[in-house]
Design a protein around this ligand. Sequence first.
Ligand SMILES: Cc1ncc(COP(=O)(O)O)c(C=O)c1O
Length: 496
Amino acid sequence: MATPSLLAEWFRDAPPKAPAMRNESVFYRNLEEQLDTRRSERANMVLRRNEPAPKSKDFSTLDFLGLTHSGLLRQPFLDELAAHPDFKLGAGGSRVLNGNNPYIEEAEREIAEFHKGDTALLFHSGFEANVAILLAIPRPGDAIVYDELVHASMHEGMQGSVAPCKRSFKHNDVDDFRDVLVSVKESEPLIRAGQRSVLIAVESMYSMDGDVSPLRELVQVAREVFPDGNAQFFVDEAHTTGVFGYQGRGYVDELGLCDDIAIRMHTYGKALACTGATVIAKASVRETLINYARGFIYSTAPSFPMVAAIKAGYNLMKSGKTEHLQVRIQHLVKHFFKTIQENEVWDEANDEGILSIPNMDDWESRPFVTQVAPVMTRQRYTVYLCWHLQLAGFNCFPIDYPVVPRGLNRLRVVFHAHNTEEEVEGLAAALCEWAREMLDIEESGAKGRLPAAARQVIATQQAEQQQAKRVEGTNGASKPVSNGVNGTNGLVVVAA
Ligand SMILES: Cc1ncc(COP(=O)(O)O)c(C=O)c1O
């Protein structure tokens, strides 16, 4: 469980370093100057000391099915190793040279079959796979149309893409999507003539907002605007692999759209508790990636343990042993929504803008919920809310710029199959307890009064600062301690 001192450390302001480096090599000074910009914006990424956190209730990790937490994957993984006692640890080179082997190919065949696709191609990570797809697949004269909130890895790929036309549409906005497709058709004669293509890049579930793509509607619009089929979809299933679809086949399977999506990208670092990713597509896409995706060509093939872990994950899904975990996530999220809605503080907190969960609207009428709930409050309060929950034993973090747009920071709550009903009820109660405290503070008119958890953390930061000053003697210049009103005090959680 987090303590005020741990939180004080995690959320400490980072002082600038470059000014004290006047006599050092410009090589390092320039790096520090760049980092100082991040530090001054409280947007610097830090690697946190995480050890005490496991005692907290997990509402933060991406271990959605709890396979890491429960160790459920360990035995299938060990079985896979035992079935290949002579395995070679390393691959020995790139797959286009000497790193390919029957074990990887067999895994890919099984993965393709599981996802009802023609072929599969393994990558070291989802990031690599996304970059590869967007670098290698769109050809000169093609266009890329993408949801404005797609993952950083897609932007990375698009930056290097030879496609001259790249246009975003408003997040999950089907009308805007149509307008953008029509504008591409109007401005690109070769695409209009059906001689070049449009690749449409979306995510199945957007993990900062917890909402799913209106994929069925998007597919329909693309068919209407480009009836010749020269607009094709690329869906990133990073957050839905293992969690949605029959036995975890993903969101596209959930919607029955496997035959309508040209490229699906599944990752294994989240629900499947492994690492790596697979691209599911027709042979033409696979062969293009093998020939043109530089990250695939100029990189050593996946090692045996990596592929064995992925295979074990698929064996587990195929055995049906993860199905009840998918169901459990649905149950827990709905239980949370119901519990928090029934809390006497909820409506007032919602009306006053102290607490809201945008993807909770109409949850009862939806066929499914997602495992991510973005909790919004006043921007300057997000860090206070985080501290309150952390001190109450609930591990979740604020997400701030640059991961989400400025002014849209939020606390991201992630639900898992290993959470209990009591934990979920406790979380709802802790959120509402904090909301009551903030409502009381605002109603009292006591400007600048901080909630209890924030007082504890800031007092600890100040005490540490005093201590540091004493140690440094008269040279210990005092740095102001932030009360977090402008950001999340230097803690940026990466959008994994
Ligand atoms: C939507 C999305 N795509 C791709 C990735 C990258 O996947 P990986 O962690 O396997 O690199 C992530 C985060 O990790 C993600 O959230």
